[in-house]
Design a protein around this ligand. Structure first.
Ligand SMILES: C[S@@+](CC[C@H](N)C(=O)[O-])C[C@H]1O[C@@H](n2cnc3c(N)ncnc32)[C@H](O)[C@@H]1O
Length: 180
């Protein structure tokens, strides 16, 4: 989030077409819950366009990048690497250490789609399970980010939005944001 070391989400294993919706949701969840950037490994121009469109309308800052070399990103990453996996250590046991690392350093959060190569498990500083049950990268990412930021991301201010939702007990209201 703003004024803190960066949190970047790396989406691995995107299969064009088949994973478009899930990859889009990984990006939208990263954006909504306080990450600064998503990097998608593979041909993902459709999800990239959708996430950028939402950022343009509802605000940022949030960046979307594609890479064909996730290994280089992992190798060169300057900070801690967290890999979300059902086989990892329980989040409740490691979240404090990860928060401590993130006070000083950027954080790369890796989520998979299909089978994640074993070198990612070896490269990660933390292999983290959000429960040790199989579920979804979107759910795992959401719980992880909320634990990382301890709920502060829910009060985030958005910049350069051209519209905003007015929270309602019932019904839907969206209004334009005045430009100053
Ligand atoms: C549908 S799962 C497929 C996992 C695949 N079977 C594997 O061995 O990596 C896709 C992604 O969801 C995330 N995920 C699924 N269950 C999780 C859990 N319990 N904790 C954390 N992340 C999880 C992981 O990032 C995983 O790579």
């Amino acid at each position: 989030m703003q004024n803190e070391p960066e949190v970047v989400v790396l989406r691995l294993g995107h299969r064009p077409g088949r994973d478009n919706r899930m990859t889009t949701h990984v990006g939208l969840t990263a954006r909504a819950l306080g990450a600064d950037r998503v990097v998608i490994a593979g041909e993902a121009s459709n999800p990239k366009g959708t996430i950028e469109d939402i950022t343009g309308r509802f605000g940022g800052p949030f960046e979307v990048e594609l890479t064909d070399s996730h290994r280089q990103l992992l190798r060169d990453w300057d900070g801690a690497v967290v890999h979300l996996t059902m086989y990892g250590l329980p989040i409740q046991d490691v979240e404090g250490d990860i928060r401590e690392d993130h006070r000083e350093d950027h954080l790369l959060v890796v989520v998979g789609a299909e089978k994640v190569p074993f070198d990612v498990y070896e490269r990660a500083d933390y292999n983290v399970g959000v429960t040790n049950q199989p579920h979804s990268e979107v759910a795992g990412l959401a719980v992880f980010l909320d634990r990382l930021f301890e709920g502060r991301e829910l009060d985030r201010e958005w910049e350069d939005a051209d519209r905003q939702v007015v929270p309602k007990e019932t019904g839907k209201q969206v209004e334009p944001v005045d430009e100053e």
